[in-house]
Design a protein around this ligand. Structure first.
Ligand code: MN
Ligand code: MN
Length: 312
């Protein structure tokens, strides 16, 4: 009993993701839980660098079994907290992303499926650089967000958190025709800001269409668009209504609920998922800790999906 952190009282011990064991030796690990405490790509309100630590803390509330799907990821896979992909030179955005990529290349080389906690959304690009088998088989993408994140240069950078998926398509990491973006909304300075998504053939579900289709309609669209090939799940907590997730840098009112998000994630079962992340939890804007709990909860839903994929 003493060796299994899951059976100890949840308020005890050092905080790891989901109370999974922290491992420096990655042998035999199937799914690696990884923090990326970096927010050098933020365009406005920073703080997501503090996300991994708070998500680890709040994730101690998460139990072993998904009550809806009955999945216990720890029965299907070896799950471990691999620590943080931390950055030695955080003031240099492009080299920071290269450092993050180097960490994930080690993870990928060991055959480990990564599930990450950001960090701002710029960190998804270096993760994709490490795990996409480009150019032979670019990945599909299921992307929850208020923003398409397919913008162009901003204040002299191409790699800020509003552009990772444009860069990923340009670099051959993603197949835009196998990408779906869910929950898009918010006021704009430029009506064409997300034209790259539309022009490249991504399936963009604005929040109004989400409410027309309903959860099951969106799930059906995700399966149709992504198909049987390998795909990645990226969950920006600002896709949620800020009622549920106020602790984030770029909140946009009028989003989907936490339950709708959980139901959509559960509906992704059967897809060939090779990794996932939850990004943009910003603890300085999250005094109650609830956004970090929400982030941990979405991470657990994705963990259950990845464990199912690994177990097939
Ligand atoms: Mn985003
Ligand atoms: Mn966003």
């Amino acid at each position: 009993m003493g060796d299994d952190p899951m059976v100890r009282p949840r308020y005890t011990g050092l905080a790891s993701f989901m109370r999974a064991p922290y491992r420096e030796n990655w042998d035999e690990v199937d799914i690696g839980l990884i923090g990326v405490p970096y927010d050098g790509g933020v365009t406005n309100r920073p703080g997501a660098r503090h996300g991994p630590r708070e998500i680890r803390n709040q994730s101690s509330l998460i139990r072993r079994i998904n009550q809806a799907t009955k999945i216990c990821p720890y029965d299907l896979c070896e799950v471990a907290d691999l620590g943080d992909a931390w950055v030695e030179k955080p003031f240099e955005l492009e080299s920071a992303l290269a450092e993050i990529s180097a960490f994930y290349s080690r993870v990928h080389a060991m055959g480990i499926t990564p599930l990450s906690a950001g960090g701002d959304h710029s960190v998804t690009l270096p993760i994709l650089r490490a795990i996409a088998a480009q150019p032979d088989q670019p990945l599909g993408l299921i992307h929850f967000d208020a923003h398409c994140d397919t913008g162009d240069d901003y204040l002299g950078s191409k790699f800020h958190h509003g552009a990772p998926f444009r860069r990923a398509v340009e670099e051959g990491l993603l197949d835009p025709k196998r990408c779906i973006q869910i929950g898009i909304r918010g006021s704009l300075n430029d009506l064409d800001i997300w034209s790259f998504s539309h022009d490249s053939g991504m399936r963009v579900i604005y929040i109004e269409e989400f409410y027309e289709l309903g959860v099951q309609g969106v799930i059906d669209e995700a399966h149709r668009v992504v198909g049987a090939g390998p795909a990645y799940v990226s969950f920006d907590v600002d896709g949620l209504d800020p009622v549920y997730a106020p602790g984030t840098g770029t909140p946009e009112v009028g989003g989907f609920s936490t339950l709708e998000a959980q139901m959509m994630l559960r509906g992704l079962t059967g897809l060939n998922l090779v990794g996932g992340d939850v990004v943009e939890v910003s603890p300085p804007f999250d005094p109650s800790g609830n956004t970090a709990l929400v982030g941990a909860t979405m991470m657990f839903e994705i963990l259950c999906l990845l464990a199912e994929t690994r177990a097939i």
